[in-house]
Design a protein around this ligand. Sequence first.
Ligand SMILES: [Zn+2]
Length: 343
Amino acid sequence: MNAVVLDEWGGELAVEEVDRPDPGPGEVRVDVRACAVTRTIENAVQGGLSDDPALTPRIPGHEFTGVVDAVGDGVSLDVGDRVLAYFYLVCGTCDHCRRGEANRCTGFEGWYGVNCDGAYAEYAILPAGNALPLGETGFAAGAVAADGLATPLHVCERVGVDDTDTVLVVGAAGRIGVHLSQLAALRGAHVVAADVAPDRLAHVDDVTPDAVVPVDASSDEFVARVREATPADEGPTVVVDTVGDVDTLHNAFAALAMGGQVVSLTTHHDRVFDAPMKEYVVKEASFVGSRYATKDQVVRAARLFADGRIQPVVRRRVGLDEVPAVHRELRRNETFGTTVVEP
Ligand SMILES: [Zn+2]
């Protein structure tokens, strides 16, 4: 079969002919129909999740959907089942796993597509516990749901976004940002969608409801523009940072409403946000980390697309042979919105 292979962390991706794998006990083989090509995967390719040389060569890719093609021993799934993948490799037995909080697993075993081969391939082996029901959701939409909508759903439920909120989305043109903006609006919140560059802001305007207000985060007037876009100029009650740009985050914190919450999705090792402690007290502000999503949230994210309540934003569909070039664009920061590979 054809697959996109990484020789070493931080190295180049190449399309190669490799043996089609067979599922072991507790695993299924999935005929891959769609896999999102994202910055999260580029971060993994650069060694941002693990840089253990023993894990390469590696086939990356984790945000994917497909059809079960073969099952190993002890698996209750059937050939023909439509599935979408859960990103984290979890123990299944710790207190958090038992409570359905797999994103907080304390026996964490790594990331699909990093600690084992992933889905930039015609076929992928998936632990049965990571094969979630796709239901009626389309394959490309499911690939977007796996992280692009599941992570926003976790954010909204973690901080309780509702119709009393104004949500400032920092990095609104990215796949997390566009789906978070739609979801927060669906939950009744005012949404202020911040990004930089006219093409990115135009994209946000195109793919989000009218109630979502795009704001240029690179403007000197950013804080004032954000406040003007919120009811009674009070500022956002929730700021969600999907980018990790510290200057923008300081500005967003300055605009934060009384009692507001700042949510970080940043996994860059080197970013530090050092707002004065007094500011937290005076505003009774909270800083909240939000980690991926539960398995239940991944399944419900796919249903939000299937029901038509949220629109999956896919900018481009490519074949496996184009994946290395898309990653080069991601590396040069030349692309935004979700690209999906259909092997
Ligand atoms: Zn666990």
